[in-house]
Design a protein around this ligand. Sequence first.
Ligand code: S3P
Length: 189
Amino acid sequence: MTPTFRTSKPDSAADPSRPHLILVGLPGSGKTTVGQAVAAATGRTFLDIDQEIERREGRSIGQIFGEKGEPYFRRKEREITEELTYFGNMIVSPGGGWIANSDVVSIVRPPAQLVYLRVTPESALKRLGPMRAMRPLLSRPDPLTELKRLFEARRAAYESADHVVSTELFDLQRVIQKVTELATAGLHP
Ligand code: S3P
């Protein structure tokens, strides 16, 4: 049975012959904000994997981590990633830790194309502000140390994306514009 997602365009059949564009980066890098804007600009369907997991589970990411544990959450990420292979052409925003499981990434890539929204842990934490409380991995006494640890552990995987867009050098509108250009150009390197 073909899976159904609650996407920005529920009625649109995302073209399976075209690759997904997947935004990766630390929490606070702007994946959801940029993904929504790029999808709106290009007419493509947007899927936020965390939101889809919350919808299916009927509880927040924090509750899922607290009640069922991180391994359960990672299994849900994998399931949704597997379902993505039935579709194409979506703009997808997974959580920041999705990249850390290379076997999950390899379910969709190739042909999916990855765009890394590069941000320092310091800026990411500043941007998250009070939204940090929604991230179970960052609801710890020293979130900056934790974010730096995650950054170091994931850096090589993030940098292996097909394209890198610095969110330090460019403001949000310019980042959206750059990713929109990549999405429109079909992401040929
Ligand atoms: C996580 C990032 C979160 C969410 C979960 C775990 C991570 O998503 O998936 O809290 O491992 O970095 P965002 O990157 O959207 O904050």
